[in-house]
Ligand binder design. Structure first.
Ligand code: 13P
Ligand code: 13P
Ligand code: MG
Ligand code: MG
Length: 371
């Protein structure tokens, strides 16, 4: 019987701004998942990255199951009550609808799920990012699954050298899921042409071409498309199965050493470098820099081992130093050019109104006519 790994995350309130949830809030979510998950879940873990709480679950109900989604929704609703009691900032921030209706997709929380035939050993990486959006995973996924300069397994492993299938979503399309499927390496340039625009085209999943197995799942929600206004960044989660017919764990982690610039940080409106951090880290400098954490675990019979903290390793200290320097360099240019997101991506309407007012005050200068 197939096993499903689901991660559902939401920001339901934070101490001192958008830094991190309180212990009481985390405990209330844990308690609710434990109680309501009895008999439904095989196993689960509750963690946070920045101000986002993630519920990682294994079960036999398949992807998109209403009971699993309701469990997460109910746990976030219960947590929101605690966030309100404690006066946390942004209590219930990501719960954009009043009542649960079958699936948390389109309701605010982010979801990534993989239904699988569990391998005898099932190594998995669970990524959670804060102060950024799902497009932050475009570059790392491209490098890990399509670029032999980054992933030698694409040359060395017979299964991997058959390539991977990328399913890419147009997240600007609000009337339904608009997706395209492209194959690497044959359609590498087409994949690159889309992934260069991470605010619009986002990798939703990656499958092995050799076996058809799903390797990766990314949460692709766009909160401002749901709420019609800024409600917080679409802080994403991602699941990646590793080893055997998939990239090795280290091949999936390596691209995060770049600390590439992503949309996010301060009011969801700035380009900042993505910093790999230990799990359960809050944000700081300029409501950022955007954070990504990664837990490595093995799944066996649906049971989860302890979570190993991939970015707690000393190697990533050097990466963090470089990312901090990049972040400060970008901040030195304030609101100008590449530092702030383009108008279409700005998360506040104030500047749009200001531009309208200013637009009306522009005058076209008349050229003096000769003679
Ligand atoms: P295995 O050959 O044991 O799968 O290990 C490959 C690997 O992870 C090398 O990085
Ligand atoms: P979150 O989406 O993580 O709540 O961040 C909101 C923000 O704008 C911080 O500056
Ligand atoms: Mg927040
Ligand atoms: Mg957040």
């Amino acid at each position: 019987m197939k096993m499903t790994l689901s991660v559902i995350k939401a920001d339901i309130g934070s101490i001192g701004g958008h830094i991190a949830p309180s212990h009481a809030l985390l405990e209330s979510v844990r308690a609710r998942v434990k109680q309501q998950g009895e008999g439904l879940l095989v196993d689960h873990r509750v963690t946070h990255t920045g101000d986002d709480i993630a519920i990682l679950m294994t079960h036999r109900c398949g992807a998109g199951d209403a009971r699993i989604h309701k469990l997460a929704w109910d746990a976030f609703v219960a947590g929101t009550a605690v966030a309100r009691e404690q006066g946390l900032y942004g209590a219930g921030q990501d719960l954009l609808k009043d009542a649960f209706s079958g699936n948390v997709k389109g309701m605010g929380p982010a979801v990534a799920e993989i239904e699988m035939d569990e391998r005898p050993s099932e190594p998995v990486l669970f990524f959670a990012a804060d102060k950024t959006d799902p497009g932050a995973f475009n570059l790392p996924l491209y490098l890990a699954f399509a670029d032999p300069m980054s992933t030698p397994g694409l040359l060395l492993s017979p299964a991997m050298s058959q390539g991977f299938r990328f399913t890419i979503m147009d997240v600007n399309h609000t009337e339904g899921d608009r997706v395209i499927t492209l194959e690497a390496p044959q359609q590498l340039y087409e994949i690159a042409a889309l992934l260069r625009d991470p605010e619009r085209y986002v990798v939703e999943s990656v499958h092995s071409r050799a076996t058809g197995e799903q390797a990766a799942a990314v949460a692709t929600s766009r909160l401002h498309n749901i709420a019609g206004k800024y409600t917080g960044k679409d802080d994403p989660v991602m699941l990646v199965r590793t080893q055997m017919n998939f990239p090795a764990t280290g091949e999936v982690l390596a691209p995060f050493a770049i600390g590439h610039f992503v949309a996010g940080g301060m009011r969801g409106s700035h380009n900042m470098p993505l910093m790999p951090v230990p799990q359960n880290t809050g944000t700081s400098y300029f409501d950022g820099p955007p954070l990504v954490s990664c837990a490595a675990l093995s799944v066996h019979g649906g049971r989860l081992t302890e979570l190993l903290d991939c970015f707690a390793h000393p190697f990533w200290d050097e990466v963090r130093h470089r990312v901090a320097a990049k972040a400060m360099d970008m901040r030195a240019q304030g609101f100008v050019g590449a530092a702030m997101l383009p108008m279409s991506e700005l998360e506040y309407t104030g500047i749009t109104r200001l531009m309208e007012v200013l637009d009306g005050r522009f005058q076209v200068r008349r050229e003096k006519t000769a003679g």
